[in-house]
Write a protein that binds this ligand. Structure first.
Ligand code: BGC
Length: 739
């Protein structure tokens, strides 16, 4: 990417704003701000002592671990980097995102706004909403005294069993990249640095500290790297967090190709690379592109302290790098205005407004997967409703790990899921204080709404039989540091659903899952709703959608495979049964763990299904509504498409126009090339312009993007499988570099 491109994007966005075309404030990073930041950083570095520079390039966990004294200005969190008070450089106070301000396994009790999970946010296909979510999280970070938010999580869901799927934004680089860029812009609008992470290809948790991803440059550039590249262009994050894993034999945080060549040289990244916590193995990482060691107590040594000082003394290459590392960190600090807008804990938060943003994200992100005989929306006149399972009486599920967020009162329910010491604190299945049962009761005051926890199938069946409608909540909890072994719903919930569905023809299943799950009971149910982890107002959002107070508009950002046998890797690599899920404790096996991503290459998710001619259970992009839409008159001209969309149903609703490349010279090739969420009144129509990202049409060949001349077929899809008529155009060959 050329920085100039991003700047012209920023200028364009500012111009749009001036005309009222977008609800976003102008991005803070205009050309002048960036240039000024770089100039100030360069001059500050010349005024700094070696000690001052060294103190900027190593962060600690602000806790008395490994002899580290906690500085008084540190805030309880995961990261702290001292500032340079003499030069007015503030310390970096870092907290985890990306779904709100982390609760730190209970070490923080001040509460925050828990947002819906990543797939829920991605199901909105709504960058403007993601910007608002980001702005909300950034405001809370600032109010709590943090000026760095470890957010921007955008690893592709290449491995649907990944324990962190709930933090990420699905399987498509264009969708995930554009959404993460919007979220990062929102965060940084608060004069807070956001990261984008985890760079790159840390797409499974099993063996994450040592697994070696095998992938070609082209395959990486056209998939996971493209999501990050688009996120950088759209969001301009101050920092990139490199990941734990190896790529083609070299750890990401010491990977010269990844950090120096791709990120800094080809994409022109001007900010700094910080390591993931516990991902640094040596001092020479500095030469290979790492600018800052984070949470240094988790590594085997403070590589960027004494060993780096020694290297700087004896080797001019290290001395030059130390200047560059400090300059990059300062550039990010100045560009985001961290020095001019200092953070202080105890700031005001508009909790009500933030809760509304979380609720809106849930309403737009929950996906209707099945609705037979119009069983939904539920009639307000229903007399008897049975609600079963999922702890729906107390709250909604959340995902666990560093990203866990809670309101001030803490979780409504925490179920211990094993492990010792710190792992036991993480292995805790927690629920937010938003009870779907209460919310359903509030919307159906005329009905008797009974609840059973679902532990006894016979009892659940008995109440289902006596009700007009049975709503079964089924949960699948995920946690950082461990992948799920398969895609079944745990705890015999499949059995419960099948039994209830056999007892009541109007059985509605509400799923709260971290990623896709198999649904052996699908055909027996009347309706299925995917609520993901819906955040602090999830219960209210679910009820509002079930009763039709809000129309469904979510669309899946990832495919639901019909079975594991459809995946490029039916068996998850590296599971030995001995994983602790704690990267500090898990040791690399004697035989290197190689995960071969060249099987699917850049054909992640739906692209793979199309290539294999396989039908998933639910395709990428799928989602139903209470109204109907039709599209016509698709035209492609250059890199812009136009299409007409009509709301042909009975009520207002939103749809997502999804434009796919379907074939190249007659060969199947499926790629999302553009999208736009559109809200229409019943009977209304709109002509929508969709810009195509040319990189999605291209191959990466010999160091360049290359569009082969030939015939390219496009179609508007209701999803990646149900495609409208093809429009075929001839494209001339085109080649270009990122710079
Ligand atoms: C995670 C990061 C997180 C960091 C700090 C790591 O284990 O991979 O996403 O930001 O810890 O908590």
């Amino acid at each position: 990417m050329k920085f100039g491109y991003r700047h012209s994007f920023a200028a364009l966005a500012a111009a749009l704003l001036a005309t009222g075309a977008s609800g976003r404030p102008a991005p803070a990073d205009d050309v002048a701000v960036e240039a000024d930041a770089a100039a100030r950083a360069a001059s500050a570095v010349t005024a700094m002592t070696t000690d001052e520079k060294l103190s900027l390039v190593m962060g600690i966990i602000p806790a008395p671990l490994k002899g580290v004294k906690v500085p008084p200005e540190a805030v309880t969190s995961v990261g702290f980097v001292p500032g340079v008070p003499r030069l007015g450089v503030p310390p970096l106070t870092e907290t985890d995102g990306p779904l709100g301000i982390s609760y730190l396994q209970g070490a923080r009790k001040d509460g925050a706004t828990p947002m819906p999970s990543g797939p829920a946010m991605a199901s909105t296909w709504n960058p403007d909403l993601l910007y608002r979510v980001g702005a909300t999280m950034g405001a809370e970070a600032r109010a709590k005294g943090f000026n760095v938010l470890l957010a921007g999580a955008v690893n592709l869901v290449r491995e649907p069993r990944n324990g962190r799927t709930y933090e990420y934004l699905g399987e498509d680089p264009l969708l995930a990249g554009t959404l993460i860029g919007a979220s990062i812009s929102g965060i940084q609008s608060n004069h807070v640095i956001s990261t984008i992470k985890h760079f790159a290809l840390n797409d499974q948790e099993t063996g994450r500290g040592y697994l070696d991803v095998k992938i070609s440059e082209a395959e990486a550039r056209e998939s996971d790297l493209l999501a990050i590249q688009i996120g950088l262009e759209r969001g301009s994050p101050g920092a990139v967090m490199c990941s734990y894993n190896k790529i083609n034999g070299v750890h990401a945080c010491e990977n010269d190709w990844l950090l120096n060549k791709v990120l800094k040289q080809d994409w022109g990244f001007k900010g700094f690379v910080m390591s993931d916590w516990g991902a640094v193995h040596n001092t020479s990482s500095a030469l290979h592109g790492l600018d800052q060691q984070s949470g240094a107590q988790l590594d085997d040594a403070f590589h960027f302290r004494e060993p780096l000082r020694d290297a700087v003394r004896s080797d001019p290459a290290y001395a030059a790098r130390l200047n560059d590392m400090a300059r990059r960190i300062l550039t990010a600090i100045y560009a985001r205005g961290l020095d001019k807008y200092p953070v202080k804990p105890g700031g005001d938060v508009d909790w009500k407004a933030h809760a509304l943003v979380a609720e809106e994200a849930a309403k737009q992100g929950i996906v209707l997967l099945r609705n037979e005989r119009g069983v939904l929306p539920l009639a307000r006149t229903a007399k008897r409703i049975a609600v079963i399972g999922g702890n729906a009486d107390v709250g909604v599920l959340s995902g666990a790990g560093g990203s866990q967020v809670h309101e001030k009162e803490g979780p409504a329910l925490a179920i211990a899921r094993g492990g010792d010491g710190p792992r036991a604190r993480i292995n805790s299945e927690q629920y937010h204080r938003s009870s779907p049962l209460k919310a359903i009761r509030a919307l159906a005051p005329q009905a008797v709404v009974s609840y059973r926890d679902g532990r006894y199938v016979s009892d659940a069946v008995a109440i289902a039989k006596s009700a007009e409608v049975a709503i079964v909540f089924a949960n699948e909890w995920r946690v950082e540091g461990a992948d799920v072994p398969d895609l079944t719903l745990p705890d015999r919930q499949n059995e419960l659903i099948a039994a209830v569905a056999a007892a009541n023809a109007n059985t509605i299943v509400v799923l709260q899952t971290g990623g896709p799950v198999e649904m052996p009971w699908l055909g027996q149910t009347a309706a299925v709703v995917e609520a993901w982890y819906p955040g602090m107002r999830g219960g209210e959002a679910i009820a509002s959608l079930l009763f039709g107070e809000t129309n469904f508009s979510g669309r899946l950002p990832l495919s639901f495979p019909a079975s594991l046998s459809q995946l490029p890797r039916p068996v998850l690599d590296g599971r030995t049964g001995n994983e602790t899920g704690n990267i500090a404790a898990d040791r690399a096996p004697e035989t290197p763990l190689v995960v071969d991503y060249s099987v699917e290459g850049s054909d992640v998710g739906y692209r793979w299904f199309a290539r294999q001619g396989q039908k998933p259970l639910f395709p990428f992009g799928f989602g139903l509504s209470y109204t109907d839409f039709s599209t016509d008159s698709l035209k492609i001209s250059g890199l812009t498409a136009t299409v007409n969309v009509h709301n042909v149903g009975q009520r207002e609703g939103a749809t997502v126009l999804q434009l796919y490349l379907t074939a190249r010279d007659g060969q199947v090739r499926r790629r999302l090339v553009g999208y736009q969420r559109v809200t229409l009144q019943a009977g209304a129509s709109q002509t929508v312009k969709l810009p195509l990202d040319r990189r999605v049409l291209a191959d990466w060949e010999n160091g360049k993007w290359s569009i082969r001349g030939g015939r390219y077929s496009f179609a508007i899809g209701e999803n990646a499988e149900s495609l409208g008529p093809d429009k075929t155009v001839t494209l001339q060959p085109m080649r270009w570099t990122d710079r």
